[in-house]
Design a binder for this molecule. Structure first.
Ligand code: FAD
Length: 195
């Protein structure tokens, strides 16, 4: 069985059989919010694919991607799509704000940062509460200990952003590794692995 769940769900499910998994409960998570702004025309923007906002700027917008420039086909010809990120460990309450409040914040900050005065033709807000694990000191060893204790003896394999990297490529690597281990465990035993 491969569990590709957030760490605290893994801890909850495995508590009766593997107390070491309980350590995952302590892993802090940050939340993220994205606010997408669609414009009827290619608004005036600086060169590049977007920008990051340094902490000393004291703004709630953490970053902004010029989506129509970064990837082909993300906005119709002649239109613009910007995606702003908020939240993170420094602003956990951002995820609780209303859509209207979030849109007002990013529009106000984009006006100051980019001089952008145009109004978007539509906006979309997406929230990811407690989605990004914030690895603490010793995480790698703790995670490896749990992975080692569960697989292959128990027939339970873990994958996802809880263990060895939060990027999509890290998660794919972790999923492939879990699948490889599970396949190996199945082929080395004619019986179902004991739990
Ligand atoms: C806003 C944002 C932007 C990002 N941008 C990038 C980027 O540009 N590049 C990059 O590399 N990474 C990016 N990341 C990080 C990356 O997307 C994530 O770390 C990765 O997608 C996590 O994958 P996962 O499978 O571990 O978790 P998830 O995709 O969260 O999957 C966990 C699944 O478990 C399910 N689940 C939870 N509890 C239970 C339960 N009890 N029973 C059954 N199912 C359950 C959930 O519904 C969910 O489907 C971004 C993340 C966010 C939030």
């Amino acid at each position: 069985m491969i569990l590709a769940l957030p760490g605290r769900e893994v801890a909850r499910l495995l508590k009766p059989i593997e107390p070491a998994a309980e350590e995952l409960v302590a892993l802090p998570y940050s939340s993220a919010v994205t606010v997408s702004l669609a414009y009827a025309s290619r608004v005036a923007l600086p060169p590049g694919f977007g920008f990051l906002v340094p902490r000393r700027e004291n703004r709630r917008t953490l970053a902004c991607t010029f989506v129509h420039r970064k990837f082909p086909g993300r906005a119709p010809e002649g239109k613009a799509l910007l995606r702003c990120f908020l939240g993170g460990m420094r602003d956990p309450k951002a995820v609780c704000l209303s859509d209207d409040e979030l849109v007002a914040i990013v529009l106000g900050e984009l006006k100051e940062i980019l001089g952008l005065n145009e109004q978007p033709i539509f906006t979309r807000v997406f929230r990811w509460p407690e989605a990004l694990p914030q690895y603490t000191i010793g995480h790698r060893k703790r995670a490896q200990r749990i992975l080692d204790r569960l697989s292959p003896e128990r027939g339970i394999f873990l994958a996802g952003n809880t263990y060895s990297g939060i990027g999509i490529s890290d998660c794919i690597r972790s999923g492939r590794e879990a699948a490889r281990q599970a396949t190996r465990a199945i082929s080395s035993s004619s019986n179902a692995p004991p739990v």
